[in-house]
Design a binder for this molecule. Structure first.
Ligand code: ATP
Length: 223
């Protein structure tokens, strides 16, 4: 069962002489139980591919489909969660409100969203920070809130863009522990883009982006 199917997908930014082809003719599928690392150097197209898988970028050509999810953005929003690269917390909301946000936006009532938010903050190890504002958090703490937020909608597809990129080794490993445990508990697919070979090695499949082209190893064989 595939959650996402990309067929000959390309994404170009800009036009004419300034056009940058971030992703070239990429075909791939994400299975329901997948654990995938997308590796590659800076600028190779990892974030663009992740955003295409999430439906946050529209392909310039080719098709992206989500056979198991609804066709509307709202329906997909219930099943797909993204941990973004870089700061993504809303500064006026406290940690719990930020964590609840994904659940609230998918129509979960507030009392249930609070329960889910607190459970997610506990899972990432920062429930004691619930009432603090993002400006008081370290980078590692903020990233854990971003992970907690992604969990509160109980997604079936969890996409994380360099979730450990700004973190020290210990904190990064803990964030990966949380993502892997959450994916197992939710029964979700997990796709993580990363520069870090040690992080990539924790996922069952390694996909590589090189200059916008995707290389997916053949199962049980050579790349
Ligand atoms: N919105 C945009 N407008 C113009 N160019 C873009 C845009 N987004 C990405 N690009 C370009 O597309 C290419 C791929 O970028 P992308 O961010 O997907 O790579 P990446 O592998 O995720 O890089 P990094 O590891 O540094 O985050 C780069 O040349 C980048 O400059």
């Amino acid at each position: 069962m595939s959650l996402v199917r990309c067929v000959d997908v390309a994404r170009t930014f800009g036009q004419g002489d300034r056009a940058v082809v971030a992703v070239h003719g990429c075909s791939c599928e994400v299975a329901a139980s997948a654990r995938i690392a997308i590796t590659g150097s800076s600028g190779s197209g990892k974030s663009t591919l992740l955003h295409l898988l999430a439906g946050l970028e529209v392909p310039t050509s080719g098709t992206v489909s989500w056979p198991e999810f609804g066709t509307s953005l709202a329906e997909r929003g219930r099943d797909i969660a993204v941990v973004f690269q870089g700061p993504s917390l809303l500064p006026a909301l406290d940690v719990l409100e930020n964590a609840m946000m994904a659940a609230v936006l998918t129509g979960i009532d507030e009392a249930e969203a609070v329960v889910r938010g607190l459970a997610a903050l506990q899972a990432v190890g920062i429930s004691d920070l619930s009432n603090q504002l993002p400006e008081t958090l370290s980078g590692g703490q903020a990233q854990r809130v971003a992970v907690a937020r992604a969990l509160t909608s109980r997604p079936r597809l969890l996409l994380a863009d360099e979730p450990t990129g700004q973190l020290d080794g210990v904190t990064g490993r803990h964030v990966m522990d949380v993502l892997l445990a959450a994916a197992d508990e939710l029964g979700a697919a997990l796709v993580v883009s990363t520069h870090d070979p040690a992080i990539a090695a924790r996922l069952a499949e390694q996909w590589e982006m090189r200059d916008g082209r995707l290389f997916v190893p053949v199962r049980g064989g050579a790349a």
